[in-house]
Design a protein around this ligand. Structure first.
Ligand SMILES: *Cc1c(COP(=O)(O)O)cnc(C)c1O
Length: 378
């Protein structure tokens, strides 16, 4: 019998495992007109801004929906109809940003590097020098499709030097990796409730430079995704413009209280680094090789090469590990067979070590004795 009646540990980059305190915060109903609820919204916005020291320069605009809704809202609200966005791509989320930019009717140029090659500030400098028509640069901070970290600080400085506007998808890094709006120039930075803050999924938020957002009236081609309208309405009424995800907001508030109690961003990063190390050590001991070199691996999610053994299929592997209580994540690479394991969520290195044991037991059950990766890695 498997333990399906218990919640498995989610080793996935959102939704992820939340704490009991965060889950139980959702056991109440709130009216959207209620002053108490709207005070929570204001508090959540303030606490989110404090994490990246953006209170003086940027406004935090929350938005209903998954993270992609907020990426689309940021592009559609900030980029003028005749704007030109340079999207820096080294994985699926970069491709998604380029696609939605085009679908919003804005011009998009893509600069793509391989999945294991970060974009460099030199690349960005060259591209912005070569094409003066570019108005905005889109960057994925941690590209969750592999776990690669792109150099946000250096790229932001380069974009600012060229006088262009930077839009950062920091979905899977916000709250864990250090980001400081006082020293890292960006016009918009996007994240969501269900990643490193460890809330439930269902709400995104965009930090937009106030002086920029003030000029964005009427730019958005979508009613529901208009961050300018959402912001103005919220400032005027304290309420959300349309039905708020009340339970998500309340649980995010609880998750933020735990975040501060834990010690904020440095403590969150330290726990994820310990998780990542336990994962890499444990999996290497089983013979697995990770896809990325350590220097560009963010402690958020790790991509592993699948065993070359003919008995391996991700589906069977996944189901067996899940029946032992741990949910893995499929790979997102087209060239090599991989799977991913998240380091984030309300878990510690203890859960990670148990997960590695579950992987070891699964390999034995599948009759896979040697984990020779499909591609040799130094
Ligand atoms: C999770 C994530 C998103 C948003 O994905 P949704 O499925 O819409 O929540 C966007 N970018 C990155 C880098 C992510 O990790």
């Amino acid at each position: 019998m498997s333990n399906h009646d218990r919640d498995p540990v989610l080793l996935t980059p959102g939704p992820l495992t939340t704490s009991l305190a965060t889950k139980t915060a959702m056991l109440r109903d709130w009216g959207s007109w209620d002053a108490a609820f709207n005070a929570v919204t204001a508090r959540v916005r303030r606490h989110l801004s404090e994490i990246i020291h953006a209170e003086e320069t940027h406004v935090c605009v929350p938005l209903q929906g998954s993270g992609t809704f907020s990426v689309e809202a940021a592009i559609n609200t900030l980029v003028p109809r005749d704007g030109h966005v340079l999207v820096l791509v080294n994985g699926a989320y970069g491709k998604r940003m380029a696609k939605l930019t085009q679908m919003m009717g804005r011009r998009a140029s893509v600069f793509e590097t391989a999945d294991d090659v970060p974009t460099t500030p030199e690349d960005v400098d060259r591209l912005l020098t070569a094409d003066r028509s570019i108005t905005h640069v889109g960057l994925i901070h941690c590209e969750t499709s592999t776990g690669i970290e792109n150099p946000l600080q250096a790229i932001a400085a380069t974009v600012a030097r060229h006088g262009k506007s930077l839009i950062v998808d920091a979905m899977s890094s916000f709250g864990a990796l250090p980001i400081d709006a006082r020293t890292t120039p960006f016009d918009a930075l996007i994240a969501a409730s269900g990643k490193c803050i460890e809330g439930p999924p269902g709400m995104g938020f965009v930090f937009v430079r106030r002086s920029v957002l003030e000029k964005c009236e009427g730019r958005c081609t979508s009613l529901a995704l208009d961050l300018y309208d959402q912001w103005v309405y919220m400032e005027k009424t304290t309420q959300w413009r349309f039905t708020p995800p009340t339970h998500v907001v309340i649980a995010l508030d609880a998750a933020l209280a735990q975040y501060r109690a834990e010690g904020g961003q440095p403590a969150r990063l330290a726990r994820y680094q310990a998780n990542c190390k336990a994962l890499l050590d444990g999996m290497r001991a089983l013979g697995f090789a990770s896809f990325l070199p350590a220097a560009i691996q963010a402690p958020i999610i790790v991509t592993f090469h699948a065993p070359a053994d003919a008995r391996y299929t991700f589906k069977a592997f996944y189901e067996s590990v899940r029946d032992k209580g741990f949910v893995l994540y499929p790979g997102k690479l087209t060239q090599v067979e991989t799977f991913r394991v998240g380091c984030i969520g309300a878990i510690t290195a203890t859960e990670i070590r148990h997960a590695v044991n579950a992987v070891a037991d699964t390999l034995a059950e599948m009759g896979i004795r040697a984990v020779t990766p499909a591609r040799a890695v130094a």
